[in-house]
Write a protein that binds this ligand. Sequence first.
Ligand SMILES: Nc1ncnc2c1ncn2[C@@H]1O[C@H](COP(=O)(O)OP(=O)(O)O)[C@@H](O)[C@H]1O
Ligand SMILES: Cc1cn([C@H]2C[C@H](O)[C@@H](COP(=O)(O)OP(=O)(O)O)O2)c(=O)[nH]c1=O
Length: 210
Amino acid sequence: MKKNGLFVTLEGPDGAGKTSVMEILAARLKETGKPFIQTREPGGIRISEMIREIILDQANTEMDARTEALLYAAARRQHLVQKIVPALQEGKIVLCDRFIDSSIAYQGAGRGIGTEEVREINRFAIGSTMPDLTILLDLSAEEGLARIARNKGREVNRLDSESLEFHRIVRAEYETIAETEPERVIRIDASGTLEETAEKAWASLKSRLP
Ligand SMILES: Nc1ncnc2c1ncn2[C@@H]1O[C@H](COP(=O)(O)OP(=O)(O)O)[C@@H](O)[C@H]1O
Ligand SMILES: Cc1cn([C@H]2C[C@H](O)[C@@H](COP(=O)(O)OP(=O)(O)O)O2)c(=O)[nH]c1=O
């Protein structure tokens, strides 16, 4: 599939600051006048937002780990086909909060399904459309969960409620991904202020802009 745009994803543990950094990156991009869209996973479009409701609902305690992985992959497929690919074909920059690496880290490692198996089902879902740049906001599981706890207004979902150990495994897998794919994945220390983190994220995005 031919694409002209730039596909950028933000990754990292819960509470690392992805949503906050994304807003700052979007404001900076707006100043450049380059066309871009902002989106998120799971969700981004109607069908995928419906799947999101099912996955993250605190009431769905009986959900099997592979069912969860397949639902994330299904939501990703629809989002990709309906929103990401058309934007890339129009030459736009796509800023996406989470993508395939979240599934590798949370379902593959965190849930213990196995990273290769989760990669397989995601290959089926996304084909060859991998991000051009992934900004990994690196933060300890403890600090990420503490930030979420401090933010009382934020809804706590089924994955936020997982144990500290689960979130430690997720973070470690993100580190492995960053080490394995240094060209695509830029790791940023997210333990400083939001402004500091956003500045580093902007520097890596700016260097890749068309
Ligand atoms: N660098 C930072 N230092 C302290 N708190 C932060 C920082 N970045 C974000 N926050 C706060 O932490 C919480 C989680 O941030 P958010 O952007 O929603 O993270 P994510 O999307 O990665 O879960 C929010 O309350 C946000 O205001
Ligand atoms: C996209 C994706 C998200 N997730 C999880 C991570 C988050 O806990 C949750 C998404 O909820 P969200 O509210 O978007 O979390 P955050 O603000 O921390 O990004 O879904 C997976 O487990 N696998 C995936 O493939």
